[in-house]
Design a protein around this ligand. Sequence first.
Ligand code: ZN
Ligand code: ZN
Length: 301
Amino acid sequence: MTEETPRPRPTPRGELHTQFAVPPDPATLFARRAARFAARAEGHDLAPYLHFMVGIAQVQAALLPALPPLAPIPADHAARAAAHGMPPIDRARLVDDPALTDTIARFLAAAAIPMPDPAAAALARLRADPAAQRQHLANALEDAVAADAVAEHVFIAAALQLHAARLAAQLPPDLLKPVGTGVCPACGGAPVASVLVDRPGAHHARYCVCATCATQWNAVRVTCVLCGGTQGIAYHHIEGRDAGIAAETCNACHGYVKLLSQAEHPELDPVADDVASLGLDLKLQDAGWRRGAVNPFLTGY
Ligand SMILES: [Zn+2]
Ligand SMILES: [Zn+2]
């Protein structure tokens, strides 16, 4: 593993006026992710699992056009949340959202894809038990997964991602304000990774990406996205592997979150490449670092 400490660098012009929050585009998000999982599966040690993930993302993409229109979050609710420093999507209320319950049922019905036996058994259990669906959803909304429910979590979290991305895509970006370090301004979720982007109005700016709704929010570079610390930040990567991916470690909280350079590698997908770069997690955790990111498809690491 190679470690680098950051060199001081001036803030590029333009970063000061960077748009704070960028909503997801569900119409492209899941199809691109499926393609990226497929590309990463080639010759990978985890190929069988990555192919299963291709299927999951394809189901997410395929369901999207068939889902009934979502009622947008009422503007007065969103404004009230913003006034109290809360994200407009209230995760605690999603457990009883009938549109999400419907999306979960449709996802489970559509998930007839090649999968490992434990996943197939979990899918059968979920299909037969709406009460279990609700319980696993409640856990997924809190990023709390029981060790014996990892297989169920994949399906429920995938349906939740689909619903949350659709909700977030409807939010006016100007409404989204910072709600806390490492917290999604749209849904209150944790980041799956951060990305360096190069796009109009955001020249080499860094964004965190929500593991649940895929909203991006601007985060100052060389600053821990978990605790906000700026001292003792370093970057780790494995020589010759996972091009464009490094882990940003923080001496203050001993946590790390991966940083993906989409500026140099636009094909990188935070969810897919986080799973495919599991080897980097194993090295870091061997060295005593704590994984601070959330990824429903990497539960248990
Ligand atoms: Zn979110
Ligand atoms: Zn930290």
